[in-house]
Design a protein around this ligand. Structure first.
Ligand code: ADP
Length: 281
């Protein structure tokens, strides 16, 4: 609570009066602290790969290297550059989400097409991160017939895609080789629909759950980096979902796995075969 003292002279010859005003600055201070943390985190996330890149450039400039060593260093440099690209991309996505009005219900996207795109990406990611000798992950998506019956969802297709694909990518990245990832989309009795991705990964201890979707909140920083994360995936997913009337729910049992789900309200869900209704402007 901030107290502001004002001295007010009510009459030119009269006594000065004191007026005490109070205002709650807790929220302002919290917002300012969060902004400071965010800037510090972004700077740190950019500085680390930049330092590695600069180090390799210097090595390449100064040391006579064999061709295979040179190409190994170039590969590592490309990895760091890619990491920075992903970070900048996620930062831009977040700032777009914050700086624009939530999408209306004028544009409808096929749930089948959306999940098919997510499936292709998830399978490619899984193949890319699974070591050659390890057992492949099992990825289970709704079969095509069920996808066709899933209907459509209203909103911004790219935002919806980034929400679902971030949650699915996390399930793939944090689940060990041979693990199971199941993606589901169910129409609900209330006319809405529920998306859910479950994994048989490490699970998340209850104390982390409330803060998990904060920007740059990670349980294990080095593991997150190794798995190619920017630390912004859940923040983007939560924000995109909220803009579509859906809350992100996280349920997890340590050592057994996690489930990330969201319920879309009836006004954003259209069953398959329902023709387009004119939308009010
Ligand atoms: P990151 O890029 O670090 O993955 P996210 O915002 O996507 O950032 O996730 C935040 C943190 O939540 C991760 O660092 C990880 O610790 C945890 N997490 C997210 N998804 C899962 C999951 N499916 N299983 C276990 N932990 C997860």
């Amino acid at each position: 609570l901030q107290l502001v003292q004002l001295s007010v002279r009510l009459h030119p010859y009269g006594e000065g009066r004191r007026l005490m005003l109070s205002r709650d600055v807790t929220q302002l201070e919290q917002a300012e602290a969060m902004r400071r943390d965010f800037v510090a985190n972004v700077s740190h996330e950019i500085r680390t790969p930049l330092t590695v890149l600069a180090g390799f450039v210097e090595t390449l400039q100064t040391l006579p290297l064999a061709d295979d060593e040179r190409s190994r260093y170039l590969g590592l440099m490309a990895q760091q550059a890619r990491r920075m690209q992903l970070l900048v991309q996620d930062l831009l996505t977040l700032s777009r989400l914050e700086g624009s009005a939530p999408p209306g219900t004028g544009q409808w996207t096929s749930v089948g097409a959306l999940l098919q795109r997510c499936e292709q990406e998830a399978r490619a990611l899984s193949a890319q991160i699974t070591p050659p000798a390890a057992a492949p992950q099992r990825l289970v998506f709704p079969p095509p017939a069920q996808l066709q019956a899933c209907g459509e969802i209203a909103g911004n297709p790219e935002e919806l895609h980034s929400a679902l694909s971030n949650l699915i990518a996390n399930a793939v990245r944090y689940t060990p080789a041979g693990g199971l990832i199941t993606v589901d989309w169910q129409c609900q009795d209330d006319g809405g629909a529920r998306f859910c991705v479950r994994d048989s990964g490490p699970g998340i201890a209850p104390e982390h759950l409330p803060r998990l979707a904060e920007r740059f909140y990670r349980i294990d920083r080095s593991r997150s980096r190794d798995s190619g994360g920017t630390g912004l995936g859940l923040a983007i997913a939560k924000h995109s979902l909220q803009r579509h009337g859906a809350q992100l729910h996280i349920a997890s049992v340590l050592g057994q796995g996690s489930a990330f789900s969201a319920h879309f309200p009836a006004q954003r869900v259209r069953a398959a075969g329902v023709s387009a209704q004119p939308q009010p402007h």
